[in-house]
Design a protein around this ligand. Sequence first.
Ligand code: GAR
Length: 210
Amino acid sequence: MYRPKFGVLVSGGGTNLQAILDAVSSGKLEADIGVVISNVAGAGALKRAEASGVPTATLPHKSFGSREQFDEALVARLLEADVQWIVLAGFMRLLTPTFLEAFPWRVINIHPALLPAFPGVDAQGQAFRYGAKITGCTVHLVDAGTDTGPILAQLAVPVLDGDTEDELRKRVLLAEHELFVDTLCLIAKRSVVVSGGVEGQRTVVRFGPP
Ligand code: GAR
């Protein structure tokens, strides 16, 4: 039976990683986590991985001479772990073609807004300051742009009257946990098929049985 192995890249506290780890241990997500890698030493996400017995690595981006050298080191560690899919769970570095070409259309990101609205950093704050009435989160495949890759799934989150930015951020984060796990379950069931991806052609993401 198909059982994919994910490599997870993290930079922060790791609540999305925790949701994924919990889904694996409960049997909901039929996949394995081969390695969790952080560019930030001591990131909370690393402690969560260690507590679940998942191998971890720290590759501080500042100790590499260029983005490409950093990405080469990431790729080497991920290949060593023999993972098929790369999951960005709060990973705050842009990836270069060096990385993306090593895992073509196999890099999945969660973004805390309804793309294509509010790409880039602090998406929840952007939506709040804009006065959006509905925001949410998006799981998408990563391409060379910033949050521009093919969208796999989205979940809407209302902005309630009287919300503070922090309250909105927390509500979006809870939606992220749900959407990320559900989308990774689809991938583990081979219900997401990606084809195309050649420059100049549209990448097609198809949902349904393999
Ligand atoms: C999440 O809100 C995630 O969507 C965001 O970082 C947070 C990580 O939280 N990622 C991005 O903004 C990527 N551009 P977590 O460490 O608790 O999972």
